[in-house]
Structures are given as structure tokens and as C-alpha cells.
Design a protein around this ligand. Structure first.
Ligand SMILES: [Ca+2]
Ligand SMILES: [Ca+2]
Ligand SMILES: [Ca+2]
Length: 322
């Protein structure tokens, strides 16, 4: 085998191009974050961005590729990652418990992954999270520790077209704490999962879920509902063959539990479970499953507390109704 200079140059050229290609993947595609008047703005581009945000006390560290930036006195973070399959990880578990930090995330088209982790939220603390993941098969995971008394949580998540997965895991809501949760899964076969622990005395959980078109699968586990606490669930499964599993633990005295479930055409499958209901508690479910071959499974003994419309075709044994 003989090497002449032309072959050598070609071989080196190819090796150099490969190195350059590898190198390009290591260069973070986000531009330097900007910070102005308490607002930290992080921008990606049409490529696959990988961004991590970590809080430690009052300090916020942003990392992407080999770069990292540090900020203090951040009141709000806006993340705009645009197209591409983006990955955002936010770890706020070591954020000051009394910090007030709003987070607004938009990841645009592409298959995106957004993970947000909150630690315990202190008394009168506030959590404000907006996530919009646009089209693409997106994954959103939110976890929070225990929520102290009078704290307020606001979650607003929309995942747009295509098959998305949204998961919430939230600790105990303390006395008079309040969580407002709005989730719109958009079109596509979406999966939603809420796992709570307990609503303390006078705590409130207001859940507003929209499944839109597609075969959606929702699981909502509220946990026990304390004395004078309130759970309001408005769940619109939309068209498609949907499944909903709604579980409420024991309902303490004078608590208020209401579930308003609607589904459009398609074969829907709904399961409703409620624990023991204390004296003077108000519990009411209104279930309207629309057209299709629907099924409602409930172990809730107080049937008069459930207003059920199982739809046109339920148990249609004579077959004259389509
Ligand atoms: Ca991007
Ligand atoms: Ca997306
Ligand atoms: Ca969707």
C-alpha cells in the first residue's frame, strides 16, 4: 500500500470533516441568556436544544452544552426553545422556600421533553408555571414536595397536536393552600396523570382538563380531602376513545367535592372511586359520556350523588340505535 500526497490529503480531509461534525454537536445552540429587571430569558433555535436550570438558594444556574451562566434575584424565567427536539430540565428543589419565581416555557414544534421539579413550598409561597410545548410528541413532568399553608400553585400546561404525555406528582396541600391547574392536551392520543397526596383543611384543588380529539388516557388521583377542603374537577375528554380513572380518597366533614366529566363521540371508559364521605360533606359528580359505546365503573355507593348520562348507545342490546 503506497501513500501519495493526494491520498493523504483526502484522508486527512475526511478525518477533519468528521472531527468538525462531532465538534458541532458539542456546541450549545442556545445563545447567551439575557437578564433584565428580574426577568431571565433563555432562547434556543430550530435545532435540538438541551438546557438545564438549577436553583440553589437565591442563585440560578443555566447550563447548555459546555457553557454555564449564573444569575441572582431572578423573579421570572422565560424559556423559548423553538423548533427541534428540545430537552429542558428545571431543578428548583433547593430554591429558597419563600422565593417567588415564575417560569414560562415554550418549546415549539418537535418532540420536546420538559421536566420541572419543585421542592417543598413554604407558607404563603407561590409557584407559577406555564408550559406550552406546541406540536410534536412532547413529554411534560412536574413534581412538587409538600405545599405549606396558604401557598398558591398555578399550573398552566398545553401540549398541542400529536401524542403527548403530561405527569404531575404533588405532595400534601397544607391548610388553606390552593392549586389551580389547567391542562390542555390538544389533538392526538394523549396521556395525563395527576397524583396527589392529601388536601389539608380548607385547601383547594381546582383541576381543569381538556383532552380534545384523539384517544386520551387520563388518571387523576386526588388523595384524601380534608375538613372544609375543596376539590373541583372539570374534565372534558373530547372526541375519540378515551379512558378516565378518577379517584378521590376519604372526604372529611364539610368538604366539597365536585366532578364534571364530559366526553364527545367515541367509546369512553370512565372509572370513579370515592372513599368514605364525612358528615355535611357535599359530593356531586356529573358525568356525560356523549355518543359511543361507553362504560362507567363506580364503586361509589351514594349513587344519588352521581348524575350520569352514559350516552346514546350504552348497553344497546336491541341494536336499533347506532
Ligand atoms: Ca430548539
Ligand atoms: Ca413540541
Ligand atoms: Ca396532544
Amino acid at each position: 500500500m503506497s501513500w501519495n500526497t493526494r491520498e493523504l490529503a483526502r484522508t486527512w480531509g475526511r478525518a477533519f470533516l468528521r472531527l468538525e461534525a462531532l465538534d458541532n454537536r458539542w456546541v450549545p445552540s442556545i445563545t447567551d441568556p439575557t437578564f433584565d429587571d428580574g426577568v431571565l430569558t433563555i432562547r434556543g433555535d430550530g435545532e435540538d436544544d438541551v438546557v438545564s436550570i438549577v436553583a440553589d438558594g437565591d442563585e440560578i444556574t443555566v447550563e447548555s452544552g459546555d457553557d454555564s451562566w449564573e444569575f441572582e434575584d431572578v423573579e421570572r424565567i422565560d424559556v423559548r426553545l423553538r423548533g427541534g427536539d428540545d430537552t429542558l430540565t428545571v431543578d428548583l428543589t433547593d430554591l429558597d422556600e419563600d422565593a417567588e419565581l415564575a417560569l414560562d416555557v415554550r418549546t415549539g414544534a418537535g418532540d420536546d421533553e420538559v421536566t420541572v421539579e419543585y421542592g417543598d413550598v413554604g407558607e404563603k409561597g407561590s409557584v407559577d408555571l406555564t408550559v406550552a410545548t406546541g406540536a410534536g410528541e412532547d413529554l411534560v413532568e412536574v413534581t412538587a414536595g409538600d405545599i405549606d399553608e396558604k401557598a398558591e400553585l398555578a399550573f398552566d400546561v398545553s401540549t398541542g397536536a400529536d401524542d403527548d404525555e403530561v405527569t404531575f406528582e404533588v405532595g400534601e396541600l397544607g391548610e388553606k393552600a390552593r392549586a389551580d391547574v389547567a391542562v390542555d392536551l390538544g389533538r392526538g392520543d394523549d396521556t395525563f396523570d395527576w397524583t396527589g397526596v392529601e388536601l389539608g383543611e380548607k385547601a383547594q384543588l381546582l383541576l381543569d382538563l381538556t383532552g380534545a380529539g384523539g384517544d386520551d388516557d387520563m388518571t387523576v388521583d386526588v388523595g384524601d380531602v380534608g375538613e372544609k377542603a375543596r376539590f373541583d374537577g372539570t374534565i372534558d375528554l373530547g372526541g375519540g376513545d378515551n379512558a378516565l380513572d378518577l379517584t378521590v380518597g376519604d372526604v372529611d366533614e364539610k368538604a366539597h367535592v365536585s366532578g364534571d366529566v364530559t366526553a364527545g363521540g367515541g367509546d369512553d371508559d370512565v372509572s370513579l372511586t370515592v372513599g368514605d364521605v364525612g358528615g355535611k360533606a357535599k359530593v356531586a359528580f356529573d358525568v356525560d359520556l356523549g355518543r359511543g359505546d361507553n362504560d362507567l365503573d363506580t364503586d361509589f355507593e351514594d349513587e344519588d350523588r352521581v348524575d350520569l348520562d352514559e350516552g346514546d348507545d350504552e348497553d344497546d342490546e336491541d341494536g336499533d340505535d347506532d
